[in-house]
Write a protein that binds this ligand. Structure first.
Ligand code: FES
Length: 111
């Protein structure tokens, strides 16, 4: 069973679960501030669930995720991933940056 470490909490989950669902089921969230209520609910279009995968292997981005992470406020070179599009297949350490979309990677991580 893989684990996700986020915000000082380590969560066990089923292999292949979506990262966003794992966090929400554990009463954590990949969304900052108002994005907790204003988001696309996991369709990969709003970009507010962007996180950094600090440790662990994840699949390459599919087209929708790559598309969303390639326009503002995101940019393709940030290295961020959309938690709603990432499936957990490995033990992961995940970090969330400030900003409505979690896009401020030049700031200290919030979690
Ligand atoms: S929840 Fe909207 S892109 Fe992930």
């Amino acid at each position: 069973m893989p684990t996700v470490t986020f915000n000082g909490t380590t969560i066990e989950c089923e292999r292949g679960e979506r990262l966003r669902d794992v966090l929400l089921d554990a009463e954590e969230t990949p969304h900052n501030d108002g994005a907790q209520w204003v988001n696309c609910r996991g369709f990969g279009t709003c970009g507010t669930c962007a996180v950094e995968i600090v440790e662990g292997e994840v699949d390459d981005k599919h087209a929708r995720e790559a598309w969303r992470l390639d326009f503002p406020p995101h940019n393709a070179s940030s290295g961020l991933r959309l938690a709603c599009q990432v499936r957990v297949e490995d033990d992961l350490v995940v970090r969330k940056y400030p900003g409505f979309w979690g896009q401020e990677t030049d700031q200290s991580p919030e979690r």
